[in-house]
Write a protein that binds this ligand. Structure first.
Ligand code: TRP
Ligand code: ZN
Length: 474
C-alpha cells in the first residue's frame, strides 16, 4: 500500500493566537508555515563552546567539492549540505571561520546571506517547514586560516612544507568548510579534492575514484558512517601510500610523509594487531576502513583521532597508535553530546593504553593507577586541579584531569564491577551507542543499570565530579 503520510509535517495542535499570527505571516510572505530563525550556537547546552553548532536543523550529509593549490594557499569550491529542518525555519546559521562566500542556494534557488564572526546566516526565499529535507549549497574560496584553540594549540588549516593538513578538534573544521560544527550533529560525507598533479590528498573514509587531467588530480573520498565534523581531515602533500588489509579483510590505508617512512614502518605494521586486540576488547570495529596519516614532525603538535585514519605528527609510538585507534570506538563512533563530556573520549583512550600494556606483558592497569595516585602530580602538576566530569574551562579540555584522571574513573568502575563485568562494559557501551552521541549522565546511568546492587555514588562524587584528590577508597 502506498504511504499516504504527508511529506511535510505540521504540528497538529496550534493555539489560536499562533494560527492568527501564521495567517498574518502568510499575507506578508509566500512561504506557507511561518518560520523563525534557527539560532546560532547551542548556547547553554554547551557552555564550553556556546557558539559552535546551530539550532533548527540536522545535517545528514556533506558533499564537499574543493580544490587547493599549495603554491597560492588558495582553497575554493562548493559545500552542499543535505539537512532536515527540526522547526519551521525562516533562516538558518552555518559555522564558517574566514574565507569568502560567493553564492548560497537553498533547494537550488539563490538565497540571501550575511556574515558576522563565525556565523553565516542563510535566508531561504521560502521558509523551510519542520521535517522538510533540504539542500543548502555554499560556493566559497580564500586562504583558510590556522585557528588557535583556547588551550593554545593550533588547528583548522595548517600549511605544511609540501601542502596542508586540516585538523578540527574542537572547532577548526569551520576554517575549511561551512557546516553545523558541533559534535552532536553527525553526518556522512563525500569529498572531492582537486590538487596539482603529483600531490596526494588523503581524507576520511575510502578513496573511491582518482582522476588526473590537465595537470590536476581529483580524488573522491566517501565516508559512509556518521562523522562529527571535528573528526574530518584532509591531508595534502607528498605521501607514500600503502594499501593493505587486516586478516578480516578490513582495508588499511596509510599515508606517510617520505621523511617519516623509515621511522614509521615498524609501528604501522602493528595496525592489524592493534585492530584485532581493539576488536576483542571494544567489540566490532564501527567503520569500513582503517589506517593512519603520518606527517612530517612539526606540522602539528599533537595526534588526532581523525575518523578511519588518525593523524600523527611524525612516527607514533605504539601507545599513541593504540590511543588513537581506541578513539575510533570512543569519540568517533560514540561521540560526546557536548564538549563537557570530553573525558568519555580521552579517559577511554587513555585506559586503552593501560589495558594494552596489561594484556601485553607490561604494567597492570592497577599498577598504573597506583603510581598515578601516589606520584601522578609529580608528572602532571594539574592532575587534581578539576574533576573529569566538569572541566574548569574550554582551555583545559586536553589537560590531565580529562585524560589520566578520566582513566582513573574507569579503573574505579572496574574495581567496583569486577573484571568480567568491566570487560563486558568495554564492549557493550560502544555497541549500545554505536554511531551515536552520549553524555556523562548517559554513561553513569548505564553503569548503574549494569549492577543495580552496587553503589557507584562515591565514585561519581569523588572521582568524576569531586574537587581535589579523592580519598583512595571511593
Ligand atoms: N584528541 C587528541 C588526542 O588525544 C588531542 C587533542 C587535539 C585535543 N586537539 C584537542 C584534545 C583539542 C582536546 C581539545 O588524541
Ligand atoms: Zn585522545
Amino acid at each position: 500500500m502506498p504511504r499516504s503520510v504527508p511529506l511535510v509535517h505540521r504540528a497538529p495542535l496550534v493555539p489560536t493566537a499562533l494560527l492568527l499570527a501564521g495567517a498574518l505571516a502568510l499575507t506578508a510572505c509566500d512561504g506557507g508555515v511561518h518560520g523563525t530563525p534557527g539560532g546560532s550556537g547551542l548556547r547553554d547546552r554547551d557552555p564550553y563552546f556556546p557558539k559552535s553548532g546551530n539550532g533548527g536543523y540536522d545535517v545528514t550529509h556533506y558533499d564537499l567539492d574543493l580544490a587547493y593549490d599549495p603554491d597560492t594557499s588558495r582553497l575554493s569550491g562548493t559545500a552542499t549540505l543535505t539537512a532536515r529542518a527540526t522547526q519551521n525555519l525562516s533562516a538558518l546559521n552555518l559555522d564558517l571561520d574566514g574565507l569568502d562566500v560567493e553564492k548560497v542556494t537553498v533547494g537550488g534557488d539563490p538565497a540571501r546571506w550575511n556574515r558576522t564572526g563565525r556565523e553565516l546566516t542563510v535566508r531561504p526565499h521560502d521558509d523551510l517547514d519542520e521535517g522538510r529535507v533540504f539542500r543548502v549549497s555554499v560556493a566559497y574560496s580564500g586562504t583558510p586560516k590556522t585557528v588557535t584553540d583556547p588551550d593554545g594549540s593550533e588547528e583548522g588549516w595548517l600549511p605544511t612544507d609540501d601542502g596542508a593538513v586540516a585538523l578540527g578538534e574542537p572547532t577548526g573544521s569551520a576554517a575549511w568548510f561551512p557546516g553545523n560544527h558541533h559534535p552532536s550533529d553527525k553526518a556522512s560525507y563525500d569529498l572531492t579534492i582537486t590538487v596539482p598533479e603529483g600531490l596526494k590528498a588523503v581524507s576520511n573514509g575510502e578513496l573511491t575514484a582518482s582522476r588526473t587531467s590537465g595537470g590536476r588530480t581529483a580524488s573522491h573520498w566517501h565516508t559512509a558512517e556518521p562523522m562529527a565534523s571535528y573528526l574530518a581531515t584532509l591531508a595534502i602533500g607528498d605521501y607514500d601510500i600503502h594499501r593493505t588489509a587486516t586478516p578480516d579483510g578490513l582495508p588499511v590505508y596509510t599515508a606517510v610523509d617520505p621523511a617519516q617512512a623509515a621511522a614509521s614502518r615498524k609501528v604501522l605494521a602493528q595496525i592489524p594487531a592493534v585492530m584485532a586486540w581493539s576488536e576483542d576488547t571494544f567489540g566490532a570495529y564501527p567503520f569500513s576502513s582503517t589506517g593512519a596519516i603520518v606527517d612530517r614532525q612539526g606540522d602539528a603538535e599533537y595526534a588526532l583521532e581523525t575518523q578511519n585514519r588518525p593523524y600523527f605528527p611524525g612516527a607514533p609510538d605504539t601507545e599513541t597508535l593504540v590511543h588513537e585507534l581506541a578513539h575510533q570506538w570512543f569519540g568517533d563512533s560514540v561521540t560526546p553530546k557536548t564538549w563537557r563530556d570530553m573525558w568519555l573520549n580521552e579517559g577511554f583512550a587513555t585506559y586503552a593504553e593501560w589495558l594494552w600494556a596489561e594484556d601485553h606483558g607490561g604494567d597492570s592497569a592497577q599498577k598504573t593507577f597506583d603510581e598515578l595516585y601516589r606520584h601522578g602530580d609529580d608528572v602532571y602538576a594539574d592532575l587534581w586541579s578539576f574533576p573529569p566530569g566538569k572541566p574548569s574551562g574550554a582551555a583545559h579540555l586536553s589537560d590531565s584531569p580529562v585524560y589520566q584522571r578520566g582513566a582513573m574513573v574507569l579503573h574505579q568502575i572496574r574495581r567496583q564491577l569486577g573484571d568480567t563485568a568491566f570487560r563486558a562494559l568495554l564492549r557493550d557501551w560502544p555497541t549500545t551507542h554505536r554511531h551515536g552521541n552520549a553524555d556523562t549522565e548517559d554513561f553513569t546511568s548505564y553503569v548503574e543499570d549494569l549492577a543495580p546492587d552496587k553503589d557507584f555514588g562515591p565514585i561519581w562524587e569523588q572521582w568524576l565530579y569531586g574537587d581535589g584528590k579523592p580519598e583512595r577508597s571511593a
